[in-house]
Design a protein around this ligand. Sequence first.
Ligand SMILES: NC(=O)c1ccc[n+]([C@@H]2O[C@H](COP(=O)([O-])OP(=O)(O)OC[C@H]3O[C@@H](n4cnc5c(N)ncnc54)[C@H](O)[C@@H]3O)[C@@H](O)[C@H]2O)c1
Length: 269
Amino acid sequence: MPRLNGKVAFLTGGAAGIAKASAVEFVKEGAKVALVDINAEALQRAEQDIRALGGDVLVLQADVTQEESVKSAVESAAARFGRIDVLVNAAGGSLLEDAPVHEMDIEIWRRTIMLNLLNPFLCCKHVIPHMMKNRSGSIINFSSMVGMVGMYRPAYAAAKGGIMSFTKTLAAQYAEHGIRANAIGPGSVRTERTVKRYQNKDWMLADAPSPAAKERRIVQSLYPFSTGDAIDIASICVFLASDESRMLTGTTIAADGGRSAYLKVYAGD
Ligand SMILES: NC(=O)c1ccc[n+]([C@@H]2O[C@H](COP(=O)([O-])OP(=O)(O)OC[C@H]3O[C@@H](n4cnc5c(N)ncnc54)[C@H](O)[C@@H]3O)[C@@H](O)[C@H]2O)c1
């Protein structure tokens, strides 16, 4: 029996990276998927890829930082599939301009928080009533290793830290409705975006905020699990979406190859 047989998943950022890989795995496990993304071209490609697997897919172009867009995407998905069982809040990411606090432009702080913290709240707000109708659901939020240990990008670290306590709160508030909420905190994951950003290794090392951080990065890059692929995180999403994880709620899974375990708190790395 496929592990997600008959389930309907709503995935934000579904046109690329971790969410697209998760959508592919969900479909292989018998789920139907609604992919929500701001990038229309990438959505079209994702739709073709999932149809080629025989998957039942709906693509919705929307900016998930805007409440009206979220509301209408959720209503379209619910109308098409009749239910929503799984919410994957993956749209997110950091901005290169996310500078040390005393140099931070307030607009960079605002945009980062809107994409990484306001957006998951909006999606939960509009999807949860559909889950409550069925007295079941699994919410999968995206934190990051940096939410656990800090980072030299303060707005992103604050948003991803906030996701962990938001997830705990969701778990507590909706347990009586049969809804679970968990988060995943990836370390470094190869996606088109991160490969493009970090393809020039020298640039990545040059980006290290101190010589000590640079040395740590060189050493860490030699660890066997230091960088993962989207499929590594997609597999965790399948588990959290499935009833196999029914004892898990309110937790953040550190999917970082151990980095948050062996990193002391280096605000600079
Ligand atoms: N890749 C990593 O190394 C890594 C590490 C830690 C945490 N994460 C987190 O995992 C999640 C997925 O990351 P990824 O690397 O797969 O991302 P990605 O950049 O590959 O994909 C993100 C998708 O979100 C879409 N998107 C961006 N803004 C949007 C908006 N306003 N409305 C709708 N869609 C929007 C983009 O078009 C893109 O398709 C993010 O929340 C990210 O912060 C990723």
